[in-house]
Design a protein around this ligand. Structure first.
Ligand SMILES: [Zn+2]
Length: 269
């Protein structure tokens, strides 16, 4: 498949990740031969093997923030991609704290592993960089003091990933023109935690951003209890967006989704 979003994990809290009720290997965004591994959490190497993904092919490794379920296997993935520096290659893109640490925390990426990639970049909200023919923008995320999401501008479509965040107007602004949005929806309706989204927030978010497809992921135990498939259906009823919930190992082709939706709309005239 030429363009795909590949879920090496869909778990989102310490219970779900700790018991591996859902995997936590991150998400691989593939645009032709350009592969981005985003948020390689605990077990990323194991899940890559399980789902037959060759990490030697990665173009870049991206980490949205310095929390364990997003960054635990980042060093391991860098090592796998570069054969521990024998083949110095790839780009590492992270928020500020994951690369440089902060006054409270050490950064997840070790100095040794920073030296194995061709270049590493700390991104702040609003920054843009180009890798091959894909432009990447760091989107706003209200979660840690430096956390970000990612927006990928491919030639014919735009895909974005919210990462962990609260609902806010900056979030809406940054994801507005995306065709497909991957949303970390940790909680079902009625459950609120600072720094995270629940299903009600996602309804508000989608009513304003109106992508063609939204994919829910990063589920906490309460979300699993409520059933992500049910929550996705309920969200879809209240928006104009097609909403699905991710499964471990799921592969989505963003282009065919966007195209088939357009066809459906045309044939209904
Ligand atoms: Zn987090």
């Amino acid at each position: 498949m030429n363009n795909s979003i590949f879920f090496l994990g869909t778990g989102g809290d310490s219970i779900v990740v700790g018991k591996q009720l859902r995997a936590s290997g991150g998400i691989i965004f593939k645009f032709g031969s350009t592969l981005f591994h985003v948020d390689p959490g605990p077990g990323a190497l194991v899940r890559a093997k399980q789902f037959d993904m060759n990490l030697r092919e990665l173009t870049a490794i991206l980490v949205s923030h310095n929390h364990l379920n997003h960054s635990a296997d980042a060093n391991a993935v860098i090592s796998a991609t570069t054969y521990s520096g024998i083949d110095k290659r790839g780009v590492l893109i992270c928020d500020e704290e994951t690369i440089h640490g902060s006054s409270e925390e050490k950064g997840a990426i070790s100095n040794y592993h920073k030296g194995l990639v061709e270049r590493f970049i700390a991104m702040k909200h609003g920054m843009r960089i180009g890798i091959n023919n894909i432009n990447i923008m760091a989107t706003y995320a209200k979660h840690t003091s430096t956390s970000i999401g990612f927006k990928f501008y491919a030639e014919k479509f735009v895909v974005s990933y919210t990462s962990d965040t609260e609902y806010c107007k900056e979030l809406v602004e940054d994801h507005k023109d995306s065709d497909v949005i991957v949303i970390n929806c940790k909680y079902p309706s009625g459950l609120i935690q600072k720094g995270h989204l629940n299903s009600e927030d996602v309804v508000k978010f989608l009513q304003k951003t109106k992508p063609k497809l939204a994919i829910l992921t990063h589920f906490g135990i309460k979300m699993l209890d409520a059933d992500p498939i049910y929550e996705a259906r309920e969200i879809q009823k209240k928006t104009t967006t097609q909403v699905i919930s991710a499964r471990d190992g799921m592969v989505v082709n963003p282009v065919s989704y966007a195209a088939s939706l357009k066809q459906k709309k045309l044939s209904s005239f």
